[in-house]
Ligand binder design. Structure first.
Ligand SMILES: Cc1cc2nc3c(=O)[nH]c(=O)nc-3n(C[C@H](O)[C@H](O)[C@H](O)COP(=O)(O)OP(=O)(O)OC[C@H]3O[C@@H](n4cnc5c(N)ncnc54)[C@H](O)[C@@H]3O)c2cc1C
Length: 342
């Protein structure tokens, strides 16, 4: 176990003070050992994956941070067109997508390039280009943090919806995700509806494979700096900083009457309005500079650390953007990444 370990180095936005205690757990036994120690010592625990969706405060975490670094992927053919894939939580998510796409397995290829670990994906039900991880997860194997018992939670009991699951709502901090089981199809992937991706694959739509679709997604994401690249300061971010707000159809009509054609896409309970559009129309365009923070030059939804930013600066900038959107449109934006002590 290490002490006073700066957390900035473990997050994609490179912000965060020290963890009082820090363990990198490479096996399930090491995870259990670390939790047992913390439970007995009465020390609070934070479970860290790839740090791509977490904003630690400048004072860090006054407890034990357990970084999940377990590994192992198992493929099991269920029938001629279905394969079950079981992956340890600590595997890199994009490594798993790459492995599956190369084997011609479809179902997660549109989630290519999302940083972080496999175990981090069910927490906010990651999604991109019309796919969500909940569409292929069969079950999530978890360790109950209090009893240290292992439980298998079936998909239907995970409470998945847009950027939501039981793991970030009613069962927040109850479990450590140990492994995930997916069900993937071999052969032709489902063609995406998402217009931008559709245009990207138009020329080769008839011979589409999971790998081709993955490569198209990666091209799009690289153009927007939505793939973590140490040489690209635009990717020193937490991805989309705000969720796309859902408004009722009546409210959307009211917005259109007042502001012209407000973009939207269908969602449960109304329509989703792109947070990026709201932010831009509130005066924060791509490349906006706000001290050491700012907005990516390629994506107006990505708040970035331009170098040396503190959590306090980023939070102040977040509040400024959200206040401007609320003042102009009467819509409140909610942060997508989790803030811990920030
Ligand atoms: C450039 C960029 C692009 C992104 N693009 C997308 C995108 O397209 N779509 C999308 O949905 N998200 C996107 N994200 C957000 C992020 O990558 C995902 O949410 C990712 O799944 C987080 O995984 P992680 O391992 O990094 O989790 P962390 O950031 O380490 O943790 C996030 C939360 O998950 C919990 N957690 C992590 N691992 C475990 C575990 N094993 N057990 C229990 N709890 C755990 C943590 O405690 C914390 O509450 C992007 C982020 C960046 C930086």
């Amino acid at each position: 176990m290490q002490k006073d370990v700066p957390l900035a180095q473990y997050t994609t936005i490179e912000i965060g003070g020290p963890a009082r205690f820090f363990v990198e757990a490479r096996s399930e036994d090491e995870i259990i050992g670390a939790l047992r120690w913390a439970n007995e010592a009465g020390v609070p625990v934070f479970i860290l994956g790839g740090g791509s969706n977490i904003l630690f405060g400048d004072d860090g975490f006054n407890g034990l941070v357990v970084k999940i670094s377990t590994s192992g992927v198992v493929f099991e053919e269920l029938d001629s067109s279905t394969v079950a894939v079981t992956s340890a939580a600590g595997e890199e998510w994009d490594g798993l997508v790459s492995m599956c796409s190369e084997r011609g397995l479809a179902g997660i290829e549109c989630l290519s390039g999302i940083p972080g670990t496999v175990g981090g994906t069910p927490i906010q039900n990651v999604g991109a280009y019309g796919q969500e991880v909940s569409q292929t997860i069969v079950s999530v194997r978890c360790l109950d943090r209090e009893t240290l018992r292992v439980v298998e939670i079936e998909n239907a009991d995970c409470g998945f919806s847009y950027r939501q699951s039981i793991f970030n709502t009613i069962a927040l901090r109850k479990y450590v995700v140990l492994s995930l089981r997916f069900r993937l199809r071999s052969g032709r992937p489902e063609l995406p509806e998402y217009p931008e991706l559709r245009r990207e694959i138009e020329a080769s739509i008839n011979e589409m494979t999971p790998l081709m679709l993955r490569e198209a997604v990666m091209r799009l994401r690289r153009r927007k700096s939505m793939v973590v690249d140490p040489s690209d300061p635009n990717s020193r971010s937490l991805g989309s900083f705000f969720k796309n707000p859902v408004v009722s159809l009546e409210d959307h009509k009211r917005l259109c009457d007042r502001f012209g054609d407000v973009p939207s896409f269908v969602a449960e309970g109304g329509v989703k309005v792109p947070a990026a559009w709201l932010i831009e129309k509130s005066g924060f365009t791509k490349g906006h500079v706000e001290g050491n923070t700012g907005i990516s030059t390629k994506h107006s939804l990505a708040l970035i650390n331009r170098g040396g930013a503190t959590a306090a600066e980023l939070i102040a900038f977040r509040d400024k953007v959200a206040a401007a959107v609320e003042q102009r449109f009467g819509i409140r934006l909610f942060m997508e990444p989790e803030a811990v002590g920030a």
